[in-house]
Design a protein. Structure first.
Length: 406
């Protein structure tokens, strides 16, 4: 992984664009600190001439302004076109449902530049989107995993298989293996016909699933490494030496410092290997995040949830089970009147998408015996990590909540 030529290139890039990050006299990238959430904080929202700003809740869970210059927007679109161009074959009709954000804004441009007739569903209802899919018969779908799952449910309920679909691109959340299998079976396509793209607002596209080998390859100009931290001490995602806390450097970003940038994502099998005649930085799959940021389409920031609970139930403990892109919130105590209305107001975009049927609403459970749930889950407040975690990457067992109706 530690290719000296690549690391020298990153160091030269950092010296040119982000000299404040490079210690005086640094002779190797090892001398440059990892850009963790504390170090990155001062870079968000900085003025950059000619830049547009997009909101991100990554790294800390708080909304932050991330700059993108015009030149950066050009390569962002261009590299996606290059990534999809040969793979989409002769697809001519594309259907996009990505809600909002940088990727949602550019997706129509990318597919349009590749010659596709594009229908961007935007923030329309699930019913409308399913009807549009049936009417249009697209060759290609470009969706977040959560929205894709809901569209499949709607089509299945209507007994419509939509065999026109031959390619699927996903973005925005983790595409879990079970969701990939479900999509492939429903549309009667192969695993290689589904491309998952992994990225962030700070970085852009980081990696994509490879139709040839099934693993994820990092894009050119992105250099990954394992952050110097004990993964075995990261709660429910630790304990396996193949699992590493991912950091990346990008020699493309010039308005925001992607230099040993800690993503807080845990990946499995980070390595460099040959695929299609080229040595590629590769990993097998994304397992989840190692911090308390909810990776749920960036629509459900945990800091807002903590603030709401503190205001309505002072001192109450809470945890969130975030498994397979579904959220279950467990809160100590009795439910206060109007709590769910207050939650909808705190998360307006997420609430709008659930009302439209594009996302499953979070399951909310109030429990008196919170210690029982802690003991059963084996996580939060009670595991051996240095910092107690409130976000667990598992599904709660219904038996933990006897007599409780979801």
């Amino acid at each position: 992984m530690d290719d000296s030529q690549d690391r020298a290139r990153v160091l030269a890039h950092a010296r040119r664009w982000f000299p404040d990050l490079v210690p005086a006299g640094a002779s190797s990238l090892d001398a440059v600190p990892f850009v963790d959430k504390e170090l990155a904080r001062s870079w968000y929202g900085r003025h950059v001439d000619g830049a547009r700003f997009f909101s991100s809740t990554g790294t800390s869970g708080y909304p932050k302004r991330v700059p993108w210059t015009g030149d950066e927007d050009v390569w962002y679109v261009t590299e996606k076109q290059s990534l999809f161009e040969g793979w989409i074959g002769d697809c001519r009709r594309g259907f996009i449902s990505l809600a909002t954000g940088h990727n949602a804004e550019s997706a129509g441009i990318v597919l349009g530049n590749l010659g596709l007739e594009v229908h961007d569903a935007g923030l329309t209802s699930l019913e409308e989107q399913a009807a549009a899919l049936i009417e249009l018969g697209p060759d290609l779908l470009y969706c977040s995993p959560s929205i894709l799952a809901r569209l499949i449910e709607a089509l299945d309920a209507a007994s419509r298989s939509l065999r026109s679909v031959r390619r699927i691109i996903t973005n925005g959340e983790v595409l879990f293996p079970s969701a990939r299998r479900r999509a492939a079976a429903f549309f009667d396509i192969g695993d290689a016909d589904i491309m998952d793209t992994y990225g962030s607002t700070e970085i852009g596209t980081i990696a994509h699933s490879c139709p040839e080998c099934g693993a994820y390859h990092f894009l050119d100009g992105i250099y990954p490494e394992s952050t110097a931290e004990e993964v075995s001490d990261l709660g429910d995602l630790g304990g396996d030496p193949r699992r590493v806390l991912l950091s990346v450097s990008s020699v493309k970003r010039t308005s925001f410092p992607i230099v040993r940038f800690v993503t807080y994502d845990i990946v499995d099998g980070l390595r460099r290997e040959w695929c299609s005649g080229e040595a590629r930085f590769t990993f097998d799959r994304i397992l989840g995040r190692c911090d308390d940021v909810l990776n749920y389409g960036e629509l459900f920031p945990a800091y807002e949830l903590a603030d709401l609970i503190a205001a309505r139930l002072p001192g109450a403990r809470w945890m969130v089970f975030n498994s397979d892109n579904h959220v279950t919130v467990v809160i100590e105590g009795m439910e206060p009147a109007g709590f769910r209305v207050d939650m909808e107001r705190r998360f307006p975009l997420h609430s709008r998408m659930t009302r439209l049927g594009l996302l499953d609403p979070p399951t909310i459970r109030f429990v008196r015996n919170f210690d029982y749930v802690i003991a059963k889950s084996g996580g939060a407040f009670g595991h051996s990590a240095k910092v107690a975690r409130r976000i667990l990457h598992q599904a709660p067992d219904p038996s933990w909540f006897p007599g409780h109706v979801t």
